[in-house]
Design a protein around this ligand. Structure first.
Ligand SMILES: [Fe+2]
Ligand SMILES: [Fe+2]
Length: 193
């Protein structure tokens, strides 16, 4: 289940529908970033064997999504290039504590929220985009994205480092922080902000 404490502003769907090229370019960035974050965690916690298998599988799946989005971009003649990273993720992880074991818990919870928010918005795209190919594309991706946010919370539990109550509390705090980042009118046709 999703732990999001806000729902996306209804005007976002129209914004996304109006510029699907920009939406897809941002989406490609998100998939690549999701894979790279999972890999970065493999490097940062080499001694945590319980994380290795699931994070590796997740990175593989995100790269597969990246390839699917880039294939779409190619087919549609949308040119990719270097682009500024949207501020959402950088601002979200400002809540991550510096010291362990808090840093690992906070990182996993933040990743769960990034996944949950993209899942929520892919659901909106699958239901509302006028472009039938894109609607089907997002409906298909939704299935795995719906799993990913749960995977990150499962990993937090699997470490055995945190009491359930501690995880619950941190989830509630990150939920409030995440919602505050998206308060106000949506900034653009992007999966997060
Ligand atoms: Fe993905
Ligand atoms: Fe994902």
């Amino acid at each position: 289940m999703l732990h999001l404490s806000s729902t996306t502003d209804p005007s976002w769907a129209a914004l996304a529908a109006r510029d699907t090229d920009a939406l897809l370019l941002d989406h490609a960035h998100c998939e690549k970033k999701a894979a790279s974050t999972a890999v970065a965690l493999l490097f940062r916690y080499p001694d945590r064997e319980e994380l290795a298998g699931p994070l590796s599988a997740l990175a593989r799946e995100e790269l597969e999504h990246f390839e699917r989005v880039t294939a779409l971009l190619r087919r549609r003649g949308i040119r990719r290039g270097r682009r500024a990273a949207p501020p959402y993720a950088a601002r979200l992880v400002e809540i991550v504590r510096k010291g362990e074991p808090g840093r690992l818990l906070d990182t996993l919870v933040c990743m769960a929220f990034i996944e949950a928010r993209s899942c929520e918005r892919m659901g909106i795209l699958a239901a509302t985009l006028p472009d039938a190919e894109l609607r089907a594309f997002y409906a298909d991706l939704l299935e795995s994205e719906a799993r990913h946010h749960a995977t990150y919370l499962d990993l937090a539990r699997a470490t055995g480092l945190y009491a359930d109550e501690e995880i619950r509390l941190r989830v509630a705090q990150v939920a409030a922080h995440e919602a505050s980042l998206l308060a106000g009118p949506p900034a653009g046709p992007r999966l997060h902000d």
